[in-house]
Design a protein around this ligand. Structure first.
Ligand SMILES: NC(=O)c1ccc[n+]([C@@H]2O[C@H](COP(=O)([O-])OP(=O)(O)OC[C@H]3O[C@@H](n4cnc5c(N)ncnc54)[C@H](OP(=O)(O)O)[C@@H]3O)[C@@H](O)[C@H]2O)c1
Length: 261
C-alpha cells in the first residue's frame, strides 16, 4: 500500500526530531531525515525498526544550503508533501551558524516548499518569544520580560527565528492550499508527553516537554483543516488532541498583533 504521506524532516538527529520520527512512521508515513554527521546514521535508522513507514536517512549539512534553488533541489529529490524544520545551531560552533542555519537555511527551505505545489504543510519548531510586537493577550509587564530575554540574552537566536517565522507566515499565506504552521514552545525539557497549553497563552514563559512538542507536531500534520498559523505552546492542562481540534476549529493564530498579520 502506498504511504499516505512523505515527510522531509530537517534536523533529524535533534531531540524533538527523534521523538517525532516514530510517531510519523507509526502512521505508515515515510520519513526522510536530514542529518549532518554520517556517524549518526546507524542509530537513527533504528528508530524505524518494526514501524509501518519507511525511514530514509540522508547526510546533508543544512549550513551548506545557501540558496532557495539548493533547498528546492533537495525537496525535488525527496518529494515530500510535508516538511518539518526542527534543526538549530543550538549555540554550538561559531555565532554566525545561528544566522546560517536558524535563519538563512530555514528561509531557503520555506521558500522552496511554498514554490513546490505538492508540499502542502510546513511545520517550523520555533519559540514562544519569537515575535516583533506585544500581542493583546500579554500584559505590558510580560512583554517587557520577554523582550529582556529575547533581545538581550538570546539576541542572535531571536533575530534568526523571528525572521524565519515571518517568512513562513507571509509566504505560506500566498498559497490557499498551503499551511505554514509555526509551533512555539517555551523552555524545552525531557519530561514525558503530557497535557498542554496551546494557542494564545496568558503567560510568556514556562516549560514545554519535547515529547509533547513532537506529539503536537504529528497531530498538526494529521489535522485536515489546519491553516497557516502560529501556535504558542507550554505544558498545561488540556488534552493535546482536544487542544489541536480547538485551535483548528477556532482558527487560533498567535501571529495576531504582528506587523505583517
Ligand atoms: N532550547 C530550548 O529551550 C528551545 C526552546 C524553544 C524552541 N527551541 C527550538 O527547538 C528546536 C529543536 O529542539 P531540540 O531540542 O530538538 O534541539 P537539538 O537536539 O539541538 O536539535 C537540533 C538539530 O539540528 C541539527 N543541526 C544543526 N546544524 C545542522 C546542520 N548544519 N545540518 C543538519 N542538521 C543540523 C543538530 O545536529 P547535531 O545533532 O549533529 O548537532 C541537531 O540534531 C531548536 O533547534 C530550537 O530552535 C529550543
Amino acid at each position: 500500500m502506498a504511504s499516505l504521506h512523505n515527510v522531509l524532516l530537517l534536523g533529524g538527529n535533534g531531540k524533538i526530531a527523534q521523538l517525532l520520527t516514530p510517531l510519523l512512521l507509526q502512521r505508515s508515513w515515510n520519513v526522510t531525515s536530514i542529518i549532518r554527521d554520517p556517524a549518526q546514521v546507524a542509530n537513527l535508522q533504528k528508530l524505524g525498526d518494526g514501524l509501518g513507514g519507511k525511514l530514509n536517512v540522508l547526510v546533508r549539512s543544512l549550513e551548506e544550503v545557501t540558496s532557495d534553488a539548493q533547498a528546492k533541489s533537495l525537496i525535488d529529490e525527496v518529494k515530500p508533501d510535508y516538511v518539518v524544520w526542527s534543526a538549530g545551531a543550538g549555540g554550538k560552533g561559531a555565532p554566525e551558524r545561528t544566522y546560517k542555519i536558524d535563519r538563512d537555511a530555514a528561509i531557503h527551505f520555506i521558500r522552496a516548499s511554498v514554490a513546490t505545489p505538492s508540499v502542502t504543510k510546513f511545520v517550523m519548531i520555533s519559540f514562544l518569544g519569537s515575535r516583533l510586537a506585544r500581542p493583546a493577550w500579554w500584559s505590558e509587564e510580560i512583554w517587557q520580560q520577554q523582550l529582556a530575554t529575547s533581545r538581550k540574552a538570546l539576541q542572535r537566536y531571536y533575530e534568526a527565528k523571528v525572521a524565519a517565522d515571518e517568512v513562513l507566515y507571509v509566504e505560506g499565506k500566498k498559497r490557499p492550499d498551503f499551511a505554514g504552521i509555526c509551533l512555539r514552545p517555551g523552555r524545552l525539557t525531557t519530561e514525558p508527553v503530557g497535557k498542554v497549553g496551546l494557542g494564545k497563552l496568558p503567560v510568556a514563559s514556562g516549560t514545554s516537554s519535547r515529547a509533547s512538542v513532537a506529539h503536537l507536531t504529528a497531530l498538526l500534520l494529521d489535522a485536515p483543516n489546519v491553516k497557516n498559523s502560529w501556535l504558542d505552546m507550554l505544558d498545561g492542562d488540556e488534552d493535546p488532541e482536544a487542544a489541536v481540534k480547538r485551535c483548528v476549529e477556532e482558527g487560533v493564530d498567535c501571529a495576531e498583533g504582528e506587523p505583517f498579520f
